[in-house]
Design a protein. Structure first.
Length: 129
């Protein structure tokens, strides 16, 4: 935090860019593994930064609350020998696409805020010349 009690807007926006980029990577992995047997959906856990203005990636966690889907497919190599069921991922593509759009929009908002801050600094430097 700076001397005036307000954090650097660039640092705040950059932390948001990093967090949303991490979210998009994890969501992309979820989508890519949406048909991989036994895969568990992952999500990014965010927390407030040390200055309470920025955001940090705390960890990447598996979704253990939602059960894996059981699909009866005895011919599948990963099928249970007794029941013929395959444990398929707990990934819902429409939900992942919604999360991806949200992360993308948040990334765009942080990039726009960073650009406005850079423009403001440039104008201030021009005025001081």
């Amino acid at each position: 935090m700076s001397a005036n009690g307000i954090g650097n807007p660039a640092d705040v926006s950059i932390s948001g860019l990093i967090a949303q980029s991490a979210r998009m990577k994890v969501i992309s992995a979820n989508i890519a593994n949406s048909s991989t047997p036994g895969y568990r959906r992952r999500d990014v856990v965010l927390s407030a930064g040390a200055d309470d203005l920025s955001v940090e990636v705390q960890r990447i966690a598996q979704d253990l609350m939602t059960a894996l889907k059981r699909v009866h497919d005895p011919g599948h190599p990963a099928a249970d020998k007794d029941t013929g069921d395959v444990l398929m991922p707990n990934v819902e593509l429409p939900v992942e696409m919604m999360h991806l759009m949200s992360a993308s929009r948040a990334y765009q908002a942080n990039a726009a805020a960073l650009k406005r801050y850079q423009d403001m600094v440039d104008v201030t430097l021009e005025l001081l010349r």
